[in-house]
Write a protein of this length. Structure first.
Length: 246
């Protein structure tokens, strides 16, 4: 059997690429350069650079909303947060004077409320709605806000005690504001019975309100576990384990 002819070392077989030799560079043609693809870490770093400017831009947009946000109509409703009958008495006077409907969230018992609004103040039964779904300040708004939106309420008077107004107004403007409802505060003097609330409790409820807008749920338990510095200690003097409107 005849052997295949042996080629001299370094010789090239016609029709085949010689693996032992690199292709010759053509004159005037630049050599190829490898393209470096940025890794994941680089993309994350570039994305983080835009987070702070984005948040600052949103904050400036929110603070300047008074220049571009359309003005709300005149008040269409009186929203009363329960917890003190003085609030309901003030709302009854406002309703008689201005002819506005009243919604009491988590207020006094029905017997007293009907006596106050209908017999004492002389309001027709259809002008007052009693709602007892709320358990605390946040649910004062979350239990009602979609009902108010369906009723096309865009502006409500918010009646609560003066020592509770800061927290109620912050929570209300976040929750009701997410549905396009403006709130105008009507504080009720509490005199010697005032119990000033700490900023931690105010901003803790504001955080809960923001989480509710994003998730549709009260994430108080999650926030207490993951963001303990934002919420008052459970059972402490600033705990929000209170009745509706407190």
């Amino acid at each position: 059997m005849a052997r295949a002819p042996q080629l001299p070392q370094g010789s090239r077989v016609p029709g085949r690429r010689n693996p032992t030799r690199s292709p010759a560079k053509r004159p005037g043609v630049p050599a190829r350069r490898s393209i470096s693809v940025p890794g994941r870490r680089g993309r994350r770093g570039s994305g983080r650079r835009f987070v702070l400017p984005g948040l600052l831009g949103l904050a400036l947009l929110w603070l300047s909303r008074g220049w571009w946000w359309p003005a709300p109509p005149p008040p269409q409703l009186i929203l009363v947060l329960g917890g003190d009958v003085a609030r309901e008495q003030r709302a009854a006077e406002l309703a008689e004077r201005r002819g506005l409907p009243v919604v009491v969230s988590g207020g006094s018992n029905p017997e007293y409320a009907h006596w106050l609004f209908e017999q004492r103040q002389g309001l027709p039964p259809g002008q007052v709605q009693l709602d007892y779904r709320a358990r605390d300040t946040l649910s004062n708004f979350t239990s009602l806000v979609d009902d108010l939106r369906r009723a096309r309420i865009r502006h409500a008077l918010l009646v609560t005690s003066s020592d509770h107004m800061d927290r109620a107004l912050l929570v209300g403007r976040i929750v009701a504001g997410s549905r396009g409802i403006a709130l105008t505060p009507v504080p009720v003097a509490c005199g010697d019975q005032c119990l000033p609330e700490g900023r931690r409790k105010v901003w803790g409820d504001g955080l809960r309100a923001g989480l509710w807008v994003l998730s549709g749920r009260d994430l108080k338990g999650w926030a207490a576990e993951h963001l303990p510095g934002w919420l008052a200690p459970a059972g402490g003097p600033e705990s929000d384990l209170d009745q509706a409107g407190h």
